[in-house]
Design a protein around this ligand. Structure first.
Ligand code: APR
Length: 322
């Protein structure tokens, strides 16, 4: 994705939601690029919306630039910052949005080439998107790994820690350490104050006579397998997009993302110019030339779009309040 950023020229014949409905009916290889905006109706904040975005909240708590929370160096320096904030974006795994249901409808109609999601809430899986149709560009909370021994566990193993704002330590590291001869010198027995040894009559000799503490080995810290700034995207992203999808795609729909973070933000500029592009979001976007921009709540827009496409709508697609 290193090629120069080139502005794609708009195709003039597509402009309206009815044009978009016609494209949905006729195109078979639809690439859908999604962002945090498709989960906000579930109460999961997006990142950059003024006032409600996660980064505004992080800045209000005095953490400087919001993105610092997701810098891998920052996490390794002090994981407690991430653990104190991540509860806000931890998925509510019990329901998905009508926009997720729209992705599932495309898949059911055999029109979904691939959903490239930047979201880490893993709700695409809950909505029934097949793993073969899904690329989680920024990883997800589905699993978590130890920063030290790389041990991988299901993400839900650390959800309680995240919700309790408690840094999760690697249980395998702890287990291995418990089996090793302790780095500490053997505990010295303090002269018993009484003939009966009680639990706390043994002194901790990790501080030797001149009081220096031993540098004891520490267990690794668990990190959700989400892609932090400074980390590589999964290889599947590049392989699938560069080697397969971009040669076969015949319609691109971008939903609920500000397209501010590379390399996802550059994908549209590496697609054939003749492929129609549709953008669905609350706010318009200037740095990519979309043929059609449908502005509003994504749940409502996709609902209306499917109505005009003449597709029978499943109840999950009904937006709140409609
Ligand atoms: N309906 C339609 N659009 C919405 C809705 C909604 N209900 N809610 C929010 N939006 C729009 C916002 O107006 C904004 O344009 O979705 C977009 C969300 O943009 P961001 O908050 O920047 O989120 P996203 O684009 O997914 O961020 C990309 O940045 O920090 C990194 O790793 C993080 O994956 C994330 C990446």
């Amino acid at each position: 994705l290193q090629r120069a950023y080139k502005k794609r020229q708009k195709l003039s014949q597509y402009n309206t939601i009815d044009d978009a409905a016609k494209l949905l009916r006729t195109k078979k290889n639809i690439m859908v690029i999604t962002g945090a905006g498709i989960s906000t109706s579930l109460g999961i904040p997006d990142f950059r919306s003024q006032g409600t975005g996660f980064y505004d909240k992080v800045r209000a708590l005095g953490y400087g630039g919001g993105e610092d929370v997701f810098q891998i160096e920052e996490f390794d320096r002090d994981p407690s910052i991430f653990y104190s904030l991540a509860g806000d974006i931890l998925p509510d795994l019990k329901r998905f949005s009508p926009t997720h249901a729209f992705l599932k409808l495309l898949q059911t109609k055999n029109r979904l080439q691939t959903n490239y999601t930047q979201n880490i809430d893993n709700l695409e899986e809950l909505a029934g998107i097949d793993k073969s149709r899904l690329i989680q560009c920024h990883g997800s909370f589905a699993t978590a790994s130890c920063r030290k021994c790389k041990n991988q566990v299901p993400g839900r193993v650390i959800f309680d820690d995240i919700r309790a704002k408690r840094v999760a330590k690697c249980k395998r590291c702890i287990q291995v350490m418990s089996k090793q001869p302790s780095a500490r010198p053997p505990l010295k027995k303090r002269k018993p104050k009484s003939t009966v040894l009680r639990k706390n009559d043994w002194e901790d000799s990790s501080d030797d006579d001149n009081g220096t503490a031993y540098d004891l080995p520490q267990p690794g810290i668990m990190k959700p397998d989400i892609t932090f700034f400074g980390e590589k995207l999964p290889d599947t992203f590049f392989d699938r997009f560069m080697d397969e999808d971009r040669h076969a795609v015949d319609l691109v729909i971008v939903i609920g993302t500000s397209l501010k973070v590379a390399p996802v933000s550059e994908m549209c500029n590496h697609l054939p110019a003749e492929v129609p592009h549709i953008y669905i979001s609350r706010e318009p976007i200037e740095h990519v030339n979309f043929d059609i921009q449908l502005l509003g709540e994504s749940d409502h827009v996709v609902f209306e779009l499917c109505k005009r496409t003449g597709w029978g709508l499943r109840h999950e697609m009904l937006p709140e309040g409609l």
